[in-house]
Structure formats: C-alpha cells, structure tokens
Design a protein around this ligand. Structure first.
Ligand SMILES: [Zn+2]
Length: 84
C-alpha cells in the first residue's frame, strides 16, 4: 500500500481540531475555521467531525485522500513548500 507523510488514512484520532487538510487530487484545502458552507458544514467544524457523506467539494474525491497540511505551511509557502 502506498502511503504519504501526512496522510491520515481515515484515522480521525490523528487529527487535531484545527488541522487543515488538503485534497491530494485537486489541492482544495479544508480549513475548519471556514468550514464548507456549500455542504452545510459550519465554520469551526473539525475535519474529524465531517459527516460520512462529505467529499471534496471541488473534485468529489473521498476524505481518505486528504493530507494534513503542516502547521508551518503559511510560513514556508514563500520558500517553495510542496506537499509530499
Ligand atoms: Zn479534491
């Protein structure tokens, strides 16, 4: 099985409530501070609390394909951060 650093593999216990997760297919980022209003996800909803039916709003892929965005993402993106 192919795994990536940061892939949570469906294990919600690895997620912190304020973790942002990025879709590895289309690079949409779920930010719990913003939620996903289009799918009735209120701001402040942790990724781990998203309902089973929730898929990526952009490409429709499953939650398991999301990667945890490192906390230093904001600081590093100017220096060429790329998700591995
Ligand atoms: Zn996507």
């Amino acid at each position: 099985m192919h795994t990536f650093d940061g892939t949570f593999l469906g294990d919600n216990s690895k997620l912190k409530d304020d973790d942002c997760l990025e879709c590895k297919v289309c690079h949409y980022v779920y930010d719990p501070k913003i939620g996903d209003i289009d799918q009735n996800i209120m701001p402040g909803t942790p990724f781990s609390q998203l309902p089973e039916y929730w898929n990526c709003p952009v490409c429709g892929c499953e939650r398991d394909l999301f990667l945890v965005v490192p906390k230093n993402y904001e600081r590093d993106k100017d220096s060429g951060y790329s998700a591995k």
